[in-house]
Write a protein that binds this ligand. Structure first.
Ligand code: MG
Length: 257
């Protein structure tokens, strides 16, 4: 998607479009080399202190303290949208933003409705946390969530800006992080709570994509676990992967930043 300076869609300085280079569902991991880019960037972010956010408890009171919370990214995780025409778009709509009207062309990731229904039945509190603007995200979510399965929506203003990157600071949500997981195609957004993250491949238009079905399999385990972080540490070992980056590799990466 072309970057537009004032687009309501999520773009920011360091949102390197990682595409499929971070396909770290370990069951179909690609080569180490392909996987690594976002993790170099996470290593870099982890050297910068995360600013304390003035936001607190943005999800409000929890009715059941044992309930697991599933935080979902929107763009390229659940849908792919563009302000340029997409062939075979599932939905089109226009939004006004910054005094301009944007035509939005949207495609839904395969199995999206089945996914939302299944994780709802599994008992998750479902939250969408997007770095996009609410003026776009609300229109998109109204279209995909006709049954009201998503209980809360968080937008760009809920992100924390770290050197131009929109970070999703899970501490602001007011939930026990042992009961929470975030799914995002840009893993750097959870750089500071890496043990809560589930990286997913970026989706653009592959009609045969089955990542959401794979995700259901993993969430079946998460749903009944005592500690989500333990499950995800075992599944992905993301911090170990970041720690294994050598100084030479890291230095070479920094030179490209
Ligand atoms: Mg995304």
């Amino acid at each position: 998607m072309p970057v537009k300076t004032h687009s309501p869609l999520s773009h920011h300085t360091h949102d390197c479009d990682f595409h499929n280079h971070h396909a770290v569902f370990s069951r179909h991991k690609m080569s180490m080399e392909d996987d690594m880019d976002p993790y170099y960037f996470i290593k870099y972010l982890q050297t910068i202190p995360l600013p304390t956010s003035r936001l607190r408890n943005v999800l409000g009171e929890q009715t059941n303290a044992q309930q697991k919370t599933l935080v979902l990214d929107l763009d390229k995780t659940l849908v792919h949208c563009s302000s340029s025409p997409l062939p075979n778009a599932d939905h089109t709509f226009s939004v006004n933003f910054g005094g301009s009207t944007f035509n939005i062309y949207a495609k839904c990731r395969p199995h999206l409705q089945e996914f939302l229904e299944t994780v709802h039945l599994m008992g998750f509190e479902i939250v969408v946390f997007t770095a996009s603007q609410s003026v776009y995200a609300d229109r998109m979510l109204n279209i995909i969530d006709t049954k009201g399965r998503i209980s809360k929506r968080l937008y760009r203003q809920n992100c924390t800006n770290v050197n131009g990157s929109f970070i999703k600071d899970l501490r602001t949500l007011g939930r026990d992080l042992r009961n929470l997981t975030i799914v995002d195609n840009s893993p750097h957004v959870f750089a500071y709570q890496i043990e809560n993250g589930i990286p997913i491949t970026s989706w653009h238009d592959d009609p045969h994509d089955t990542e959401l079905l794979r995700l259901i399999e993993l969430l079946n385990i998460v749903a009944v676990s005592d500690n989500v972080q333990d499950v995800l540490n075992t599944e992905f070992q993301l911090q170990e992967m970041i720690d294994a980056i050598t100084i030479d590799e890291y230095t070479a990466f920094l030179r490209k930043l």
